[in-house]
Design a protein around this ligand. Sequence first.
Ligand SMILES: O=CC(=O)O
Length: 327
Amino acid sequence: MSASQMMKVFVTRRIPQEGMKLLQKASMCDVLLWDSDEPVPHAELLKKVKGAHGLLCLLSDQIDAEVLDAAGPNLKVISTMSVGFDHLAINEIKKRGIRVGYTPDVLTDATAELTVALLLATARRLPEGIQEVKSGGWSSWKPLWLCGYGLSGSTVGVIGLGRIGLAIARRLKPFGVKRLLYSGRQPKPQAGEVDGEHVALDSLLCESDFVVVSCSLSPDTQQLCNKEFFSKMKNTAVFINTSRGAVVNQEDLLEALTSGQIAAAGLDVTTPEPLPTDHPLLRLNNCVVLPHIGSATYSTRGVMAQLSAQNLLCGLTGDAMPNELTL
Ligand SMILES: O=CC(=O)O
């Protein structure tokens, strides 16, 4: 293929080899990589994307009208190495006739596992316990020390029983969960598998011992978890969010945690990301914050990279993508 027929692809970060190899093998592609583990600065993104036919990006890259304009009319496909796509200006993308690939399913298990780990770490106060061991605060076995909340006999409420929500529910049930509630627009047939009860959000909040947020970020869910939301939760309830930070009003969460309105929170996602190290949430013992690592297993990230590369290449050749977002 002559240089003028080659299609330009910009990859916004180092990604696992499984994906890079596929792109490098594709004879029609001229691949430009932002060869770093850190995000490409916005000004560089605008430069590097110029004239690209394909863009492989991550959830931390905001792909807005400015980026699309900088790319210009060649851009045929955007492939995001994520299941979430709230970082993409979908209306602008649709207007320009650009196709979008994403990576659902392949990260469901890893994200559900991480959610369970975070729930248990938060409810059983693992970070506090580890800190006490290291600091010499562990003086003896004490009946009233570092007690938390258990899943056995509990009611769990899942907000958004989609692929990941269901995988979380499946994993939590064997801990002896008594009732599994879920909210969402309509009952889901697959909820039967976990004996899930479809309830109104208010009932879920009033009745649950653990509230797990697993919905995607949309105008409907933005700031869903606010003062009113937390005020309906039990004082002994634990709040877990592994979806997107913007689903939560963090000021209101901080207030709920410091006032004792709720018992504890575990967050894998925050606003902003990274959360500044002096953020007040990080000073609380009853808040466990992780750095958005839901899908971070070696194999999952490998498969995500591979799928993103496949989506991108199919988008360039005009073929059906393994996972194309319906716009
Ligand atoms: O948050 C993770 C993803 O959207 O893949």
